[in-house]
Design a protein around this ligand. Structure first.
Ligand code: SPD
Length: 361
């Protein structure tokens, strides 16, 4: 794996974006852009960019719902996008300002239209899966060669999780991210709204709670890379970033990522423009810039997430585009499910259960 220097944007939760015609305020996920994408955009357009980052849809949503965020471009995940579109918090995109829209994979955009009818408000930035990242040697030392590294069993089955407790398990800190994979692992419809099945999923998480070191949605990248934890429920590209950082540090840590054999969620992160964006023209320009095959390939090469621009593939490194856990083959894609939608009542039940799991009481 080739070592890269990553853009080191800190997670900023209280940014004060600037204003002005030649300014673009972007709020994106951490570790989610190539080192030079912003620089290239600024050089090409003369627009100055302020770039802040978050690591959960909940943080982004809270900021948008509070209003006057000052952001021109944000990147919600498809399921959150759906309810935000319903809440009227995004501008319809003006496709005449995005000629590179034609570069998008029509099938993927059709899938994304489930969340945003007619793709009126958003365009796919990157997509990925939620699976298992693990330290190859630490897991083998504790569970032997038969360790279930192809399954969520590794962290969700207490028999195995107990044996990994000393080296550390991390779980994403978001009820929305965790519930669907857990329901699916238990053999249930991941989109169920049945309170009894949600209760069963929460109880399953509680059985592994004694073996979980922490819930967090970005810290696992650094901790996997440094050998501080040995397994994580995490997002595909982030685990590969951890592997890359370990390679860069030359610290002897080998990290691998598995799309669990039970199947898991496939999600889309979408670029969208808040309705009160100070500079929507600059946001359209950025979307159009990113949809160029070479530019979006650069991003995929840095962050190890697949994109939805087929013509970018020729610019993506072979180790990425040919890796079946980054660009899954059809039979693996067939085993994935899309993120679903929670009814408000289900959301309330889930919030209560999640609080119980997180606080351990
Ligand atoms: N480091 C970037 C992580 C992006 C993850 N977005 C995933 C959301 C899944 N629901």
């Amino acid at each position: 794996m080739k070592a890269r220097v990553f853009a080191t944007f800190a997670v900023v939760t209280a940014a004060t974006p600037g204003f002005g015609q030649d300014r673009l305020n972007i709020y994106n996920w951490s570790d989610y852009i190539a080192e030079d994408t912003i620089e290239k955009f600024e050089a090409e357009t003369g627009i100055d960019v302020t770039y802040d980052v978050y690591d959960s849809n909940e943080v982004l949503e809270a900021k948008l719902l509070a209003g006057s965020s000052g952001y021109d471009l944000v990147v919600p995940t498809s399921d959150f996008l759906r309810r935000q579109v319903q809440g009227g918090i995004y501008l319809p995109l003006d496709r005449s300002k995005i000629p590179n829209w034609d570069n998008l994979d029509p099938a993927m955009m059709e899938a994304a239209a489930t969340y945003d009818e007619g793709n009126e408000h958003a365009v796919i930035y990157m997509w990925g899966t939620t699976g298992v990242g693990y330290n190859v040697d630490m897991v083998r030392e504790r569970l032997g060669d038969d360790a279930p590294t192809d399954s969520f069993d590794l962290i969700l089955n207490p028999e195995y999780a107990e044996k990994l407790a000393d080296c550390g398990i991390a779980i994403l800190d978001s009820q929305a991210e965790v519930i669907e994979p857990v329901l699916n692992y238990l053999g249930h419809d991941p989109h169920t709204q049945d309170p009894d099945l949600l209760e069963e999923a929460a109880a399953a998480l509680e059985t592994i709670l004694p073996y979980v070191r922490y819930f967090h949605s970005s810290q696992y990248i650094t901790d996997l890379a440094n050998g501080e934890i040995c397994a994580a429920m995490g997002w595909s590209g982030d685990v590969f970033i951890a592997a890359d950082r370990a390679a860069e540090a030359d610290n002897g840590v080998e990290i691998a990522y598995t799309i669990p054999k039970e199947g898991t969620v496939q999600w889309f992160d979408m670029m969208a423009i808040p309705a009160d964006a100070p500079n929507p023209d600059a946001a359209h320009a950025f979307i159009n810039f990113v949809l160029q095959p070479e530019i979006i390939a650069d991003i995929t090469n840095y962050v190890y997430y697949p994109n939805a621009v087929p013509a970018s593939k020729e610019f993506i490194e072979a180790e990425i585009v040919d890796d079946p856990s980054i660009y899954p083959p059809q039979e693996v894609l067939d085993n994935l499910f899309p993120s679903g939608f929670l009814e408000p009542r289900t959301e309330r039940i889930l919030t209560r259960l999640w609080t119980r799991v997180r606080t351990g009481q």
